[in-house]
Design a binder for this molecule. Structure first.
Ligand SMILES: C[S@@+](CC[C@H](N)C(=O)[O-])C[C@H]1O[C@@H](n2cnc3c(N)ncnc32)[C@H](O)[C@@H]1O
Length: 327
């Protein structure tokens, strides 16, 4: 894989096509049709997400990256020496490199459902950080997961890194359950560093998820192409359009695919009827105030030890410490 292969391992627990099919059939059978956002990330979806990160409207990546560049040394001091840095939804690990540079942990464990990108990223990181042990895990982090073993002995604590406001893809109830699960995974003395997008003017939010060039629309529609290819479906992407809007009621951006005209679609031998204008709900992106997210973390069993925001108050990064006491 690279010049120091023994320091890189790859563990494949990727959901199989059967689970993908089951999730899609189940989602399309709901009264409000829905599809889980984790399936956006086939190789084309990963490419489109990278293009989204470069868009002028998509302030999230730019803002969080600038925060990491400014604050990584301070964050590294909070995290301390000798941690296993576990990252959920690591993607291309670009922001993580800034943290790895400042933190120099013995072990980095990126966890992502997108196997090809994960494998390539792990190999690159092995070149850039030859002393780092990279334990790459291809898995769905919303399912029960136990961390594979690592070889390095000089480890003092486990820290979960969850940037990109990917936690916003979970509903608030799901996020609470997810944070509780993270508390048990990191255990006593463990911690979490999590990037959370903040509530703001809805025009800024709407534009970030419905850009002028239509890249986010393409990202959303790519899910139908993936289902066609992998599950033998016959969606006509030209007969669906992208819709994204901020819901004040739920404090979240919702992304939908809207049926243009009445139509019938077949997926893995099952038929689904769409009324004109009926939607498939494909993604949530929940927004929080700093106080709301701290409260959620507290309910999950974390102590909010430090929060950083950018000067324009667009984005926040929370350092949370585990309060759990051993029985
Ligand atoms: C919004 S992107 C963020 C990528 C990167 N962390 C960043 O901040 O730019 C979400 C990432 O999480 C991964 N992902 C989404 N849902 C997942 C799941 N349920 N299990 C594992 N990975 C998931 C995707 O493949 C993608 O790489």
């Amino acid at each position: 894989m690279n010049s120091t292969p023994s320091r890189i391992s790859f563990h494949d627990f990727k959901p199989d096509t059967g689970s993908f099919c089951e999730d899609v059939l189940n989602g399309l059978a709901q009264p409000q049709k829905e599809l889980p956002p984790k399936y956006f990330y086939d190789p084309r979806g990963c490419e489109l997400f990278e293009a989204i990160c470069e868009l002028p409207e998509y302030y999230l990546t730019r803002t969080e990256t600038a925060m990491m560049q400014r604050l990584a040394p301070e964050m590294a001091r909070c995290l301390g020496e000798g941690c296993v840095l576990v990252e959920y939804g690591s993607g291309n690990s670009r922001k993580t490199r800034i943290l790895l540079e400042a933190l120099r942990p013995p072990v980095y464990m990126p966890i992502d459902i997108a196997g090809d990108q994960l494998r390539a990223t792990a190999a690159e990181l092995g070149q850039v950080f030859p002393r780092l042990e990279v334990v790459a895990v291809c898995a769905d982090y919303t399912r029960s997961l136990s961390f594979p073993e690592w070889k390095s002995g000089d480890v003092r604590r486990t820290v979960v890194y969850f940037p990109g406001s990917t936690i916003g893809n979970l509903t608030q109830a799901e996020a609470l359950a997810f944070l509780r699960n993270t508390v048990s995974l990191v255990g006593d003395g463990g911690a979490m560093l999590v990037g959370v997008d903040l509530k703001k003017d809805r025009k800024v939010l709407d534009a970030a998820y419905d850009d002028a060039r239509g890249v986010t629309a393409e990202f959303n529609l790519n899910l139908l192409r993936r289902i066609n290819r992998e599950l033998g479906a016959d969606f006509d992407p030209a007969r669906f359009r992208h819709r994204a809007f901020y819901s004040e009621e739920w404090s979240r951006i919702e992304m939908h695919l809207v049926s243009v005209g009445a139509q019938r679609v077949s997926v893995a031998g099952r038929r689904f009827d769409f009324r004109d204008g009926e939607t498939i709900h494909t993604e949530n992106s929940c927004k929080y105030s700093v106080a709301e997210f701290r409260e959620l973390a507290r309910q999950a069993g974390f102590r909010s030890a430090q929060t950083w925001t950018d000067a324009d108050h667009l984005f926040s990064v929370h350092y949370l410490e585990c309060l759990r006491v051993s029985p």
